[in-house]
Design a protein around this ligand. Sequence first.
Ligand code: 5RP
Length: 236
Amino acid sequence: MSVAADPVKLMKQEVGKAAAEIVKSGSIVGLGTGSTTAYTIQYLGDRLKSGELKDIVGVPTSFQSEVLAKQYGIPLTTLDAIDHIDIAIDGADEVDPHKNLIKGGGAAHTREKVVDYLAAQFIVVVDSSKLVDRLGSSFAVPVEVIPMALTPVSNAIKELGGIPELRMGLKKAGPVITDQGNMVIDVRFDNISDPVNLEKTLNNIPGVLENGIFVNCADVVLIGEVIDGKPVVRRM
Ligand code: 5RP
């Protein structure tokens, strides 16, 4: 594929593959959600098939990653059956210089947060467009809400200075429904100066299940870039 045709896809492929190469035989692997980790799951499957990688089991973070893992032949397990996760690989919608993240572009941030925080090593895979100086610069904060609490949660978010918008489905009438059967409110904030506190404050609103701010969680951020027409991966 030519870089000019689809540089973002190429960056995602390269960084997804680079993360899959880090996984060692015998590992329990958290499998993230999104178009970048889809490449990681595919390459993990390729490594298993070739025999280069052995005895890994995956913990999916969504229905999407479960389906992909099955498609590429990665054995799966659940959190009830294991006592640790060695490594999790997941995408992000924004990454700040302190490796704080906004996630949830695929409405999967609740399960992603459980798995990514449990992992001994959490590797984030992004293309360079996801890097920001401050969280909230380009992406709204996804907040998963139980359906009966949509109105009071939206009101509480407005009191905090956020602008809430219910996420609507594409090719589906009505709102996006998460893997847990809830809805997602995307919240725009003018300025997220304290992501640590905002994460806690949002989660304290009754009816909120989880929000997409991930702080003090990522160990390594792998960034896919195109430099002089060639895809490269650098590490933050
Ligand atoms: C899903 C996520 C994704 O990891 C995030 O949206 C990045 O996705 P992509 O790799 O497709 O850009 O948080 O809930």
